[in-house]
Design a protein. Structure first.
Length: 81
């Protein structure tokens, strides 16, 4: 089962995510910000309170995203070689 091992919020409403299958990358939360319970994430201080939970991620008021959703939309980081 896919799990989120690490998550760090960025100032541009993206998340740096490390998954249990070894993939790392950026998940863009911006498409979710105007939808229902996710509107609260527009507050950057609140947005930065994200943490891994069960297999996915969660914020204090229980907005959550599954590891499968994150893995499907994860953008690989561009290497700096």
């Amino acid at each position: 089962m896919l799990k989120v091992k690490k998550v760090n919020a960025n100032d541009d409403y993206t998340l740096f995510v490390e998954l249990s299958d070894g993939r790392t990358g950026i998940f863009d939360v911006k498409p979710y910000l105007d939808k229902g319970v996710f509107k609260q994430l527009q507050d950057k201080n609140y947005f930065k309170q994200v943490k891994p939970f069960f297999c996915g991620i969660i914020w204090p008021n229980e907005q959550d995203l599954s590891a499968e959703t994150i893995g499907y939309e994860l953008k690989k980081l561009k290497s700096h070689n």
